[in-house]
Ligand binder design. Structure first.
Ligand code: ADP
Ligand code: MG
Length: 371
C-alpha cells in the first residue's frame, strides 16, 4: 500500500503534486513510500529545512525534504557526499551540530512533531523510541566505559528495570548481534574490539530499548567488505525479527537494494526521486538517479563500463537557479534553468523532481535496444 499523504487509494498519483507548501527553493512534495506493513507512517518528515551558519555563508544543507517511513519498512537515502543525508538524519534525531538548526518543517514520529521539543523531552525519545547508528562507532562509544555497561545503560534508564536485569539484557543482545564469548567481552573496553565488533556493539545499543525506528548513517562504510556484508545481514535480519523501521543512509546502491524496500535519492539538499527500491534503481525517473546507477560499481551488471556523473555537486550556499542538477544534466532544457521542479507523483508510489523525466525512459529504452 502506498503512503497515505502522497497518493490515492489506487496507488497512483499521476499528475498530482505532493503535499506540503510550495517554497521558492525546492521540491516540497511528500514522497509516497509503499510499505509492506499496511499501517500508517512510523516517521514522516515534512518540508524539512536545515541551515548551517558557516564562514562561507548560510548553508542550505536540507532544503524542503519530505518523506515517510511505514512501520516495519526500511527506507534507504542515497546521494553523493554533501547532499544533506547526514544533516537530515541528525535533524530527525535532534542532534544537529551547534551551528546548524531546523528553520522549518516537521518531523512526525508516529504523529508527534519532534521539532519543537526540548532536549530533555528528546532524551526520553532517543533510545526507547528512536536510535541511531553512526558511521564511526568509536566516536559514538564511550572509550573509558566497559562495553557491557554501555549496552545496559539505555535499558537501565529507560525501561525501569534493575541493574541485574539490564546486564542480563545486555548479555543477551551481545549474543544476538554475534559477539563471541559475551560473558568475557562484557567487561572489555571499546578499543579492545575490532571495527566490525564495535559496530555490532552499536547495533546492540541501538536495539537495547526496543525502539520503533533506527536511523543508520553509513553504518558499514568504515569496515572491510566481508565484514560489511555480515553486519548488514545482521541488521536487516534483526529489524525483520523485531519489526523495527529503518532509515538507512549510504552511498552504496547494492546495499540499499539488499536492505531497503524504499529509496529516496537526495541531490543538493533536496529529494529528487523516491519510490520502491527495485523500480527506482533499475528504472530511474530522474537523470541524477540514472547517473548514480551508471556510476555505481557492481550494481547493474548489464553494463560493462562505469560512467561517472560529470561536474561536481552544487554549492549549498548559492545553489543554481531552477533545477539544481541542470548544470550536470545532459537532458536539461531551457525551462530547467529557471523552474524549480516540484516532486511529481508517478504511478506505483514513485515520485520524481524532474521536468523531463520521460527522457530517462527514452534513454533506458535506447540503451536496452542497443546490441
Ligand atoms: P552528506 O551526509 O550527504 O554527505 P551532509 O548532510 O553532511 O551531507 O552535509 C550537507 C551539506 O552541509 C554539505 O554541503 C556540507 O558541506 C555542509 N555541512 C555539513 N556540516 C557542516 C558544518 N559543520 N559547517 C558548514 N557546513 C556543513
Ligand atoms: Mg554523511
Amino acid at each position: 500500500m502506498t503512503g497515505p499523504a502522497a497518493t490515492g487509494p489506487d496507488g497512483t498519483g499521476m499528475g498530482s503534486t505532493g503535499t506540503g507548501s510550495t517554497g521558492s527553493t525546492g521540491s516540497t512534495g511528500t514522497a509516497g513510500t509503499a510499505g509492506t506493513a499496511g499501517t500508517g507512517p512510523m516517521l514522516e518528515v515534512r518540508d524539512l529545512h536545515v541551515q548551517i551558519a558557516s564562514r562561507r555563508g548560510l548553508v542550505r544543507a536540507v532544503d524542503g525534504v519530505s518523506f515517510e517511513v511505514v512501520k516495519g519498512d526500511a527506507l534507504g537515502i542515497v546521494g553523493e557526499s554533501g547532499s544533506g543525508k547526514s544533516m537530515t538524519l541528525r535533524a530527525i534525531l535532534g542532534v544537529l551540530p551547534p551551528e546548524a538548526r531546523v528553520t522549518s518543517g516537521q518531523v512526525l514520529l508516529d504523529g508527534q512533531d519532534l521539532v519543537p521539543l526540548r532536549q530533555t523531552d528528546l532524551n526520553r525519545i532517543r533510545g526507547p523510541r528512536m536510535s541511531m547508528i553512526f558511521q564511526e562507532p568509536m566516536s559514538a562509544l564511550n572509550p573509558v566505559m566497559r562495553v557491557g555497561p554501555q549496552i545496559a545503560e539505555g535499558p537501565l534508564i529507560h525501561l525501569g528495570i534493575g541493574r541485574a536485569k539490564a546486564a542480563e539484557r545486555a548479555l543477551d543482545l551481545m549474543r544476538r548481534v554475534g559477539i563471541p564469548d559475551p560473558e568475557r567481552r562484557y567487561r572489555a573496553y571499546p578499543h579492545e574490539f575490532s571495527g566490525g565488533m564495535r559496530q555490532r556493539v552499536m547495533i546492540a545499543i541501538a536495539l537495547a530499548c526496543e525502539p520503533e525506528i533506527i536511523l543508520c548513517d553509513e553504518p558499514t562504510t568504515a569496515l572491510d567488505v566481508t565484514i560489511q556484508d555480515q553486519i548488514l545481514r545482521l541488521l536487516a535480519g534483526l529489524c525483520r525479527e523485531t519489526g523495527v523501521s529503518l532509515v538507512f543512509v549510504t552511498h552504496d546502491l547494492p546495499v540499499v537494494a539488499q536492505v531497503c524496500q524504499q529509496v529516496a535519492v537526495m541531490y543538493g539538499g533536496q529529494l529528487v526521486e523516491s519510490g520502491p527500491v527495485h523500480e527506482v534503481l533499475h528504472d530511474p525517473r530522474h537523470p541524477y538517479t540514472l547517473g548514480l546507477v551508471r556510476s555505481a560499481p557492481d550494481f547493474d551488471n548489464v553494463r560493462e563500463s562505469l560512467v561517472p556523473i560529470p561536474g561536481s555537486p552544487p554549492s549549498l550556499v548559492s545553489p543554481p537557479e531552477g533545477c539544481r542538477f541542470h548544470p550536470r544534466c545532459k537532458f536539461a532544457e531551457e525551462d530547467c534553468l529557471v523552474t524549480v521542479p516540484p516532486l511529481k507523483l508517478l504511478p506505483g508510489g514513485r515520485a520524481t523532481a524532474c521536468l523531463h523525466h520521460e527522457r530517462c525512459i527514452e534513454a533506458l529504452e535506447a540503451e536496452r535496444a542497443a546490441p
